[in-house]
Design a binder for this molecule. Sequence first.
Ligand code: NAD
Length: 341
Amino acid sequence: MVKTYSVAVLKGDGIGPEVTEATTKVLQATVEKSDFKLNFLYGEAGYHCIAQYGTNLPKETLELIKKTSACLKGPMTTPEEPGAPVSVAVTLRKIFNLYANMRPCRSFPNVEALKPNLDFVVVRENTEGLYSGAEALLAPGVGVALRIITREASLKIVNFAFKLTSQRKKHLTYVHKSNILRITDGIFKDAVKEVQQEYPDVTVDDLYIDAATMQLIKKPEAFDVIVTTNLFGDILSDEGAQVTGSLGLAAGANIGETYGMFEPVHGSAPKYAGKNRVNPIATIMAGSMMLDYLGEKAASAEIENAVISVLKEGKVRTVDIGGSASTDEMANAIVAKLKAD
Ligand code: NAD
């Protein structure tokens, strides 16, 4: 029997449908030359659902996701009005305890970056910190948000980061602000010290978040794996994406013990919605990370190689990386490369 993985596909808002369709096309082309199948189950989620369902993550979609092995999630517009549903990504990370957010930042051929040959990964704690959603208005004009940091979640993310680092260049940088946030970042720091004992071959150093944002521009080649708390990781990974090229190329994985969700780092870029102009590579690389998570490492590498090969040739380039090709043209070039190889 052919191995079949059910995958939830949430197209999302804004440019979401365009970049997600480009990705399923590429995944389908990969499947055609592999010995496994993908069963795409499409679910409704995102800002556009609120008017109809009263929520951005309808119950039916959640049930559909529970039947799958992984989720490919397009970018979604986050409601900002007080009392509105929280971000779908944040909700899914909590429901499925997707505690590790892994965002590779690497140079691609023919893509202008701050420095050549960059290759580092930002590992971000995904379930707590300032994204705990514990926010309150204490009095008119006085608000408070809780930055929850637990030993349990810190140990989980730090373990994940050490394991990843030990398979790479063996250099881990943990980023914090423990001079100010002594209790919360003290817990995070203690977790690093504890897990470090198990990885004597990994070199560990640390940076305050403010210094880290600066060092990432000054000396990005010095990094291998960065591990940090939720908000700091969100900021550093966007910075990392720009330092290495474009948000249009940056993919992210949200990984838990039993489920994985894969998405571009970028948002729904509403001003480009429907214009067939943005770069689908971030979502396509998220699709490649999904195949790797599912254990289909060869197929994952094929997508990555096809992307690199198209960029190296330099004939098809979207606007964000200095060209004029459309979203479709980029997806089709990657599909053609997959078919040719
Ligand atoms: P954004 O990432 O959507 O867009 C910022 C800019 O980045 C765009 O104007 C565009 O110039 C560039 N860009 C983004 N994606 C690109 C692509 N694929 N190709 C080329 N260029 C690209 O950020 P924003 O405008 O701050 O956010 C828009 C909405 O998306 C907000 O509602 C935000 O909350 C949401 N958001 C969602 C996610 C998610 O679903 N995981 C992540 C980030 C932001």
